[in-house]
Each structure stands twice: as structure tokens, then as C-alpha cells.
Ligand binder design. Structure first.
Ligand code: AMP
Ligand code: GLY
Length: 422
């Protein structure tokens, strides 16, 4: 069968590599893909921001299954259009993706279905938000309602800071566009955990839990990024806690979406804070995490395509998952300046040497191939991933592999996987 993957980052590289391992797959196409993805899939030009262009690729390729990586095509309604045309597609409809695309919707949904989350107020004006601030202790969290690629969350230590954040979001000064809704939220303390589950709209099956490292700097300092590294380990989460999260968070969300007639088919990513009072949802995403997917899929031994197809066909409960025991780690190499502005086009050396380290896979997040050399083409450039019997072993392969790679201004965190308990 032929599988089409939409997207062009490290997540899509990991997806394409896992899809290609399926004995049922004869061809993998990625739109638009990137320099590294071209090693495992045929890449075709496409604009991820343009629904018409994505539908053109879909019509041209006639794939047996399409897998949507990023959130933007979901928000544009790519899945809705494909379903209308009777095509097989893995990912939620635009309404189901609102769990990610509107923080206000997600918070109200959690409240309706008694899913544990931080106390909050959704505010439609600056005046309303300033009044709501009186009800919260500091630090307080201020969030823009819509998709902001991790940039719309502000943790404010003082009242002054919070007032400035609210004013800046509503005026458009902070993010470039004026927000119509802002969420004011209680600050939660604890370790963060990414808990992803596949769903066919009714049933849910968890993937391996992972811990992301969102800040740019070592010791969790500096601005938030899309994720600078992530690990999985059999010791990361107690099986009883995993069951609790599956039943009290994931299954409740899937049941709630079905009851509201927007069944969720795809991967539900729960960004959790493991607080003293138990796990609480910080955010939902309606897609695979990045870099989480780069650490999770190398440990999947069973057939990913079989699982994705089971979701689309409503028979996930019959599907078995087998995981390689142990651990995995993915360390991200980024361009100097990320998550702010950065320069692209620098040649990357050492990729072949890095791939020779046993148990290592190098996923490309932002690269191009000019026929002779790979060059940097994004903020996050590479995800160097390794598996191992223990987290220490995985890190002991990922870091030496990373040291073989270099490009101008290469930045990576040396402390991925140091905090090993949630
Ligand atoms: P979000 O996009 O909602 O996941 O937020 C991005 C990051 O901000 C999260 O990964 C957390 O590190 C932090 N964050 C968001 N909400 C809260 C909260 N209520 N309490 C503490 N930290 C938060
Ligand atoms: N790693 C965070 C995300 O995918 O949203």
C-alpha cells in the first residue's frame, strides 16, 4: 500500500521511518518532507498552510492512507475535506482538533467532563481578564487562546507582569495579532509528562509516556521552545498511574468528544503536570508530539500502519502493540538564536559517522539536501535518537553520536534525561 504523510519535521521523519518498516507498505510519500526525509520517502512540494495545495497533493497521490503530522492542516479542515471525498485519513476533524486549536474550548470541555486541570477563567476582554486576575495567586499563567507554536503561554511572577501580559495579548503587541480570548490559569507545580494515546473515536491505546524538555537552556532555563529533547523509559511512569491517566483523562476525553458528536480519531496528546494532587492536564494536542514521536516510535516493534489503519476503521481494540523494552532518548540540535531568529543554510557534517553509532537514528527536523550536502533549514535541525536497555545506555549512545555532528551555531542541551522521575 501507499502511505502519504503530511508535514516536514523530525516528527514526520520518525513517522515515515516507522511506516516504511511495515511489510504492507510499498511506497511512502511525504509532503513537503525535508532533506533527511528524502532518504526514506519520496518528497513532494506542498504548502502546509494552504488547504487547496494539500488537497491537490492528496488528489495527485491517491494514497491508500494519509497521516497528518502538524496541527495547522487539521485546523484548516484537511481531514474533513478528505473524509467528504471518501478518503482514508488518520487525524481528527477540524472540530475535534479544537481540543488543541482553542485553549478556551479545551478548558470548558475538561470542566464539562470532570477532567482534572488547573483552575482558570476564559476572558473575552482586557477588563474581564484584569478582574479575573484578582482571583488568582502568583505566579499566574496567561495563555493566548489560539495556536501559537508554544509562544502564547506567559508565566507571570507579579501582578504587574500579569497585567502587562493581558494588555499585550489583547492589543496584539505581544504576538503580532490581537487576541479575542485569553485564558488566565492557576500555576501548577510538578514534573511534566507527555502522555499520547491513539484513538479510533471510541477506544484509546496509550503510546509510551515521554518527558519533553521545553526550555532552550540547560537546567530548564530561558524561553520555551517546541522541545529540545525527550526521553522514554520503562521506569518513567508507574503502571498504576498510567492506568489512572488512561481512564480518568484519556478515555474521559474520548468519551466526551464522542458524546458531543465530534468523535476524536487520531492521536490525543495530553500534556500533563504531575502535581502533588495527581496528574492535571496543561494542554491537549490533537497530533503526535515533536520531538516525543522521535523517541517513541524507535521503540515500537509492532506495525504502526496497522495501528493507524485500525484507528481510521474503528477497530483499535483488536490491535496489539509491542514495544522494545528499556528506554530511548532524543537530543535536539538547534540553530543559534532559536526560538528567536536564526540563520539557515549552513552545511552539516558528520551525519554518516553519527548514524554508525549502534542503536542511533538521526531524524532531520529542518534540513535541505542540495545534491552534495545537507544544510540547516530550520530552528530545530536534527533529533539524534538512541534506544538502550536503560536510559543511561540510550543517552550513552545519543550524546557521542551528537558529538560527531557539527554545523555553524549548533546548539544542544547536555542535560536531557537527567530528571528521571515524574
Ligand atoms: P502549553 O502550551 O499550554 O502546554 O504551555 C506551554 C508550557 O507552559 C507547558 O509545557 C508548561 O511548561 C507551562 N505551563 C502551561 N500551563 C501551566 C500551568 N498552569 N502551570 C505551570 N506551568 C504551565
Ligand atoms: N513537544 C511538544 C509538542 O509537540 O507540542
Amino acid at each position: 500500500m501507499k502511505v502519504l504523510v503530511i508535514g516536514g519535521g523530525g516528527r514526520e521523519h520518525a513517522l515515515c521511518a516507522a511506516i516504511r518498516r511495515s511489510p504492507r507498505v510499498s511506497e511512502v510519500v511525504c509532503a513537503p518532507g525535508n532533506g533527511g526525509i528524502a532518504q526514506v520517502a519520496r518528497c513532494v512540494k506542498a504548502s502546509q498552510k494552504d488547504l487547496g495545495d494539500l488537497l491537490r497533493v492528496v488528489a495527485e497521490e491517491q494514497a491508500d492512507l494519509t497521516v497528518v503530522g502538524p496541527e495547522l492542516p487539521l485546523a484548516l479542515g484537511l481531514v474533513d475535506e478528505m473524509l467528504r471525498r471518501g478518503l482514508k485519513v488518520f487525524g481528527p476533524t477540524r472540530d475535534a482538533a479544537m481540543l488543541e486549536t482553542s485553549k478556551g474550548f479545551a478548558k470548558r470541555f475538561m470542566q464539562r467532563h470532570s477532567i482534572p486541570t488547573a483552575n482558570y477563567a476564559v476572558c473575552g476582554s482586557r477588563t474581564e481578564a484584569l478582574a479575573a486576575l484578582e482571583l488568582f495567586h502568583h505566579p499566574v499563567v496567561i495563555k493566548a487562546d489560539g495556536l501559537q507554536a508554544g509562544k502564547g503561554v506567559l508565566i507571570c511572577e507579579t501582578k504587574d507582569e500579569a497585567e502587562r501580559a493581558v494588555t499585550g495579548l489583547f492589543s496584539g503587541e505581544l504576538l503580532g495579532t490581537a487576541e479575542t480570548n485569553v485564558v488566565v490559569e492557576e500555576f501548577l507545580k510538578g514534573e511534566e509528562l507527555s502522555f499520547l494515546a491513539l484513538s479510533d473515536g471510541k477506544h484509546a491505546t496509550p503510546l509510551l509516556p515521554a518527558q519533553d524538555h521545553k526550555r532552550i537552556g540547560e537546567g530548564d532555563t530561558g524561553p520555551n521552545t517546541g522541545g529540545m529533547g525527550v526521553y522514554t523509559a520503562d521506569t518513567l511512569l508507574d503502571p498504576k498511574m498510567s492506568e489512572w491517566i488512561l481512564h480518568h483523562i484519556v478515555q474521559k476525553a474520548i468519551d466526551g468528544m464522542a458524546a458531543e458528536e465530534t468523535p476524536f480519531v487520531g492521536v490525543l496528546y495530553c500534556g500533563l503536570m504531575m502535581t502533588a494532587k495527581g496528574p492535571m492536564v496543561l494542554e491537549f494536542n490533537a497530533r503526535f508530539g515533536d520531538p516525543e514521536t522521535q523517541a517513541i516510535l524507535p521503540r515500537l516493534e509492532s506495525d504502526l500502519v496497522e495501528a493507524l489503519e485500525a484507528c481510521v476503521q474503528g477497530r483499535l481494540s483488536e490491535t496489539e502493540f509491542r514495544w522494545k523494552p528499556g528506554a530511548s532518548a532524543c537530543v535536539v540540535a538547534a540553530s543559534q538564536g532559536y526560538p528567536g531568529s536564526y540563520t539557515v543554510g549552513y552545511p552539516i557534517t558528520g551525519l554518516d559517522d553519527a548514524a554508525k553509532v549502534p542503536a542511533v537514528e538521526v531524524f532531520h527536523a529542518g534540513t535541505t539536501w542540495d545534491g552534495a550536502t545537507y544544510r540547516t533549514a530550520g530552528g530545530r535541525v536534527l533529533g539524534v535518537t538512541a534506544t538502550g536497555a536503560t536510559l543511561g545506555e540510550a543517552l550513552g549512545s545519543a550524546y557521542p553520536a551528537m558529538e560527531r555532528i557539527s554545523f555553524e551555531g549548533m546548539v544542544y542541551r547536555r542535560d536531557i534525561g537527567r530528571r528521571t522521575r515524574v
